[in-house]
Write a protein of this length. Structure first.
Length: 235
């Protein structure tokens, strides 16, 4: 019974509307957001989906991808604070997208794709409040914002996290572009240099000893030969 309860709770928790991917970099350009809408009702189909885009931190250059069987209506709103861009000042932005005419049957889901030209840079997240209307007249209101460090709300709105630019660009290797040598490699290199120097010294001493030995033998031979010549008298 406990396992069944956990599975049921997991099913309910995963049935809300979500946005994918879950995060983007602040100020990202030319991207795509996918709103996934599952049907959690047993006896009714989803016939209308309304996604509300924030206007205090607007998405610029919004375009809606055609969806088979669905008709999209895009609503623009005049911004309280215009946004300055390289192409000029933006005074209005998309505030709502409504899909109608299609149907999501029980046990199924549909993905609704929305392209954007640029995301805002002055916020850490975007909340997309969503209304999901069923064929029996019921409306699921996915509008609650997640609490900071608290429990997930019962009817959470889709949330897109905005991360700092270049947060995952990798570790800096320094201005020279070279990677520092690990300590183990430094030790090995030092040991190798010491061993090489010792080996060279040993070879040098060996050669010097050999030369001394040869000279000593030559001197001994010369002395012996001279002694023999000196001790022999002519008849």
């Amino acid at each position: 019974m406990a396992a069944t309860g956990l599975l049921a709770a997991a099913g309910i928790a995963s049935a809300h509307v979500t946005v994918h991917p879950e995060s983007y970099a602040k100020g990202a350009t030319d991207g795509l957001l996918t709103f996934r809408v599952p049907n959690e009702e047993d006896g009714a189909g989803t016939t209308k989906v309304q996604v509300f885009l924030p206007t205090d931190h607007p998405l610029l250059g919004v375009l809606v991808s055609p969806q088979d069987g669905w008709t999209a209506k895009v609503t623009n709103t005049k911004l309280k604070k215009p946004v300055k861009t390289d192409d000029g000042t933006i005074t209005d932005a998309v505030s709502e997208i409504t899909w109608t005419g299609g149907r999501i049957d029980p046990g199924h889901y549909a993905d609704f794709n929305v392209a954007f030209g640029q995301l805002p840079e002055d916020t850490d997240q975007l909340v997309f409040k969503t209304l999901q209307t069923y064929s029996d007249g019921k409306t699921a209101r996915w509008i609650e914002q997640p609490a900071q460090g608290g429990e997930d709300p019962e009817s959470p709105a889709p949330v897109l996290k905005l991360t700092a630019k270049g947060a995952d660009s990798g570790a800096d290797t320094g201005a020279s572009g070279t990677t520092p040598l690990p300590e183990s490699s430094k030790s090995a290199a030092s040991t190798g240099s010491t061993a090489s120097a010792s080996d060279s010294t040993a070879r040098g001493l060996g050669v010097a000893g050999l030369v001394v030995g040869v000279l000593g033998l030559a001197a001994a031979g010369f002395a012996l030969a001279r002694g023999r010549n000196g001790g022999t008298r002519p008849e």
